[in-house]
Write a protein that binds this ligand. Structure first.
Ligand code: CAA
Length: 444
């Protein structure tokens, strides 16, 4: 029985930082650096009563309610995060505790865990859930996979403009409504120090290098993917959702991906009179000359109408949400998939039976590229999302409110301020227990 994502829910932090209006003036920058250069308009932030647990639990609650599920229907809860606040007790136990406050029964027989490999952990958790079901161990039950992060950087860090906070919950099951996760997958993985958090909350990041590592691992993963899939062609995939630390990163990766996918195809033939053929290593005396020629060819390819058309059809729509929320780390590629499907549904495009090429990445570093197939129920499922309402309802913080909220979420600071929004029908963080655990309540 095909296995994959039966339903998805998105939960954004309740605050918004406008990059052009609020961030750029304080940094004395041209707003276009953010809106055009990085491709970002705003970041989502958690209010004082929100964190990775509340966002995850709120997304999971809505998903379970929509799908008519009770705890007995769930055999596994996997949370992927790189913002965990505990080295032993996994976030999934907190999430289960929250959900047990509002559903009948409990999750005592559900296997719970926490996945870590920077941003790719969300996809690894998805793979784990699919494998568990395909191994026949699920006894008819589904898995909840939740990617949740508060992607905060040190104040003044180069990554500060790419911050974000939110959760993506996915229900993984047999005969899914949304997409099957297909067996074709490829990896690109190497020991890298581009972005890491050695026992610290905020990352140490080499921003420029991290971009090179992202592209290198993606290239390896695509080559490995082809060992399973066979020859690729850009038109085989209706959408290509990428891990999106910021849309500008995807812009760089997409043209390289297109160049790779169209090599040796009718597209390369058709473009020959306009930009020549792709340079092949054998035709050059050394690597440097080859790389220069490749880079020149890639720039020219990026300017062609054929590439622009492909980018508009398969990439642009996947960035529609991330432009307004920033980086959600583990959730980012899953947000990209949801955005692309949602835009397609709104545009009346029929995607049933079409393939997606999903490109995940985690610093440290690893890329995974896998194929998915859109299922018949995709449109009805994706139309259930209320993400636009959530984005519109966010409270737009001023610069001084941003400084405060960054401090509130800094584990080394104790900052007690009133929330900027009033929680309603959601889980909230409401203080500390006697062993230093975080406590949560559902407020009506
Ligand atoms: N108008 C239009 N564009 C402008 C502009 C203006 N006025 N001013 C600048 N730009 C463009 C720049 O040309 C640049 O685009 P190109 O790269 O295409 O040339 C873009 O805006 C960004 O400008 P800078 O390179 O000057 O920006 P920066 O150095 O301040 O920061 C960054 C960029 C290093 C990526 C930083 O955001 C960062 O450190 N981010 C965190 C790390 C990250 O996200 N890495 C991505 C790969 S790793 C990963 O994916 C894992 C993860 O989630 C973290």
């Amino acid at each position: 029985m095909p296995t994959g994502i039966d339903g998805v829910e998105i939960r954004t932090g309740n605050l918004k930082l406008d990059l052009a209006e609020t961030f750029a003036p304080e940094k004395d920058d041209d707003p276009a650096k953010y809106t055009k250069g990085l491709g970002l308009h705003a970041s989502s932030f958690p209010d004082t009563y929100e964190d990775i647990v509340t966002m995850a639990a709120n997304a999971a609650k809505r998903l379970m309610e929509r799908k008519g599920l009770q705890p007995d229907d769930i055999g596994r809860i996997d949370v992927a995060t790189e913002s965990a606040f505990d080295h032993a007790k996994p976030v999934s136990t907190y999430v289960a505790g929250c959900l047990e406050q509002v559903f009948e029964g409990d999750f005592h027989h559900a296997n719970k865990g926490e996945r870590k490999f920077a941003c790719i952990a969300g996809t690894q958790a998805l793979d784990d859930a699919v494998n568990w079901i395909e191994a026949g161990k699920n006894r008819g039950r589904a898995a909840l996979v939740i990617a949740t992060d508060t992607a905060l950087y040190e104040r003044g860090d180069s990554g500060e403009a790419t911050q974000g906070a939110g959760a993506v919950a996915m229900l993984v099951d047999e005969d899914p409504d949304l997409v099957t996760v297909d067996p074709d997958q490829g990896y690109g993985s190497a020991d890298e120090t581009d972005f890491l958090k050695p026992n610290q909350q905020f990352p140490s990041v080499d921003g420029k290098r991290s971009m090179q590592v992202y592209l290198a691992r993606m290239r390896e993963a695509l080559t490995d993917f082809e060992r399973s899939w066979g020859d690729t062609h850009p038109d085989q995939f209706a959408l290509v959702p990428f891990h999106t630390p910021f849309p500008g990163m995807v812009r760089k990766a997409a043209v390289l991906g297109f160049r790779h996918l169209m090599r040796g195809t009718d597209i390369e033939d058709a473009l020959e009179s306009e930009i020549g053929r792709q340079p092949r290593r054998d035709d050059f005396a050394d690597d440097e000359a080859f790389m220069d020629a490749l880079s020149e060819y890639t720039d020219a390819l990026g300017e062609t109408d054929r590439y622009a058309e492909w980018y508009d059809d398969t990439i642009e729509s996947t960035l529609a949400i991330s432009r307004h929320v920033g980086n959600w780390y583990t959730g980012s590629v899953h947000l990209a998939r949801a955005a692309g499907l949602r835009e397609a549904a709104q545009a009346g495009v029929d995607l049933a039976g079409e393939h997606l090429l999903v490109a995940s990445y985690g610093s440290g570093a690893q890329a995974e590229i896998h194929a998915e197939t859109v299922q018949d129920g995709w449109e009805a499922e994706i139309e259930q999302l209320n993400v636009e309402d959530q984005l519109d309802d966010r409270y737009d913080i001023s610069w001084s409110e941003y400084e405060t909220i960054h401090e509130v979420h800094d584990y080394d600071e104790t900052t007690d301020v009133d929330p900027f929004t009033t929680p309603s029908r959601e889980f909230v963080f409401d203080g500390w227990g006697r062993m230093g655990e975080r406590k949560y309540t559902y407020v009506e």
